[in-house]
Ligand binder design. Structure first.
Ligand code: GDP
Ligand code: GDP
Ligand code: MG
Length: 300
């Protein structure tokens, strides 16, 4: 996962280690360098300013070592991560009615793949999911989802291409109720080029769902491609302008060097990251662990 993940912080590591300065005391010009690296890494200006002013304050009071610098970086970055009080499993278990999750995001980020992965994961952990194919727009989306549903051994509710996505969602929720499913995953079409249409379509799906299951959808899960960097921030803003977002799943994290923007997203939007996609196959979805993320990031 994130094999080049820490690459932006590797610059800091090299700076201190190559010059064999492991135990050296940090000075103002070292902090300026750290600032430059953090700024170039997309982690966001306000969090950079926070870290830098903390470091400057510290060196004014006392000498600090590279170990202390490391600790400050870790603590500051960890402090912006939001932990969900309950895991997705617990949230589903607590619900007495089918727990409905809408999967949203722009084209190509990995929504359909992630719906399949989530169904597979949930099924293998004792849940009884059902999937709704509400992306009725893209030519092969329904077939793609059907293959995944079969792999996961999870039922799929579908209609014809170009049918009304809200109608598919309605059928799916009805089916979830009558078959006593505990969790519903709704795949959606991802278009942002026509926001008015998309907003209309999403709000129509929401309205129809509530008629079948109270409070549905219980979660709106935003899918972001880890390689989209700054663009993912714009996508998040757009989705938040017309829908609540309960959590984020980051896809294609297995080979990206753009780890920095994750910190930026956390800091700006305060939306927890729930899972990471780490490959194309159906079993390539893992729970996000913020401490592991930060430890991987600051391995020097
Ligand atoms: P959608 O348009 O948002 O539904 O995106 P798709 O689910 O169709 O995925 C688009 C492409 O991304 C497909 O080729 C997927 O196999 C690929 N993909 C999705 N998740 C991951 C991931 O975690 N890692 C990698 N390497 N590829 C992924
Ligand atoms: P236009 O450019 O605004 O006319 O619309 P599009 O080219 O995006 O789509 C043409 C038609 O396809 C629309 O009038 C809708 O009936 C249908 N359509 C477009 N997008 C979607 C979508 O996301 N879901 C569904 N179900 N239908 C869509
Ligand atoms: Mg799709």
């Amino acid at each position: 996962m994130f094999k080049n993940y820490g690459s932006f912080l590797d610059k800091i590591k090299e700076f201190f280690y190559k010059s064999k300065k492991e135990n050296k005391i940090i000075n103002k010009s070292d902090i300026d360098y750290v600032e430059k690296v953090l700024l170039s890494a997309d982690i966001g200006t306000d969090i950079t300013i926070k870290i830098v002013s903390k470091l400057e304050q510290k060196i004014k009071e006392d000498e600090i070592s590279i170990q202390e610098l490391k600790k400050i970086l870790k603590d500051e970055i960890l402090s912006i991560f939001i932990k969900k009080k309950y895991s997705l499993y617990e949230r589903i278990k607590k619900s007495k009615i089918p727990y409905v999750c809408m999967i949203v995001g722009v084209n190509g980020v990995g929504k359909t793949t992630t719906v399949g992965k989530l169904a597979f994961l949930l099924k293998n952990n004792g849940f009884n999911p059902i999937i709704g194919a509400s992306d009725t727009f893209r030519e092969c989306a329904i077939d793609q989802l059907e293959i995944l549903a079969n792999l996961a051994k999870v039922p799929l509710v579908k209609q014809q291409i170009n049918s009304d996505p809200a109608s598919v969602a309605y059928d799916t929720l009805q089916s979830a109720k009558s078959k006593k499913k505990d969790v519903v995953l709704i795949d959606t079409a991802g278009r942002l080029h026509n926001r008015v249409n998309l907003m209309y379509e999403l709000s129509k799906i929401y309205k129809v769902m509530k008629k079948v299951i109270p409070g549905a959808p219980h979660e709106t899960i935003l899918i972001l491609d880890a390689n989209n960097g700054q663009n993912a921030i714009e996508q998040t803003k757009k989705f938040l302008s017309f829908s609540k977002v309960s959590c984020i799943i980051l896809t294609k994290t297995e080979g990206t060097a753009k780890g920095g923007f994750i910190i930026n997203i956390m800091n700006r939007f305060k939306i927890p990251i729930q899972y990471l996609g780490i490959g194309e196959k159906i079993n390539k979805l893992i729970e996000f662990d913020d401490e592991k993320f930060v430890n991987d990031l600051i391995k020097f």
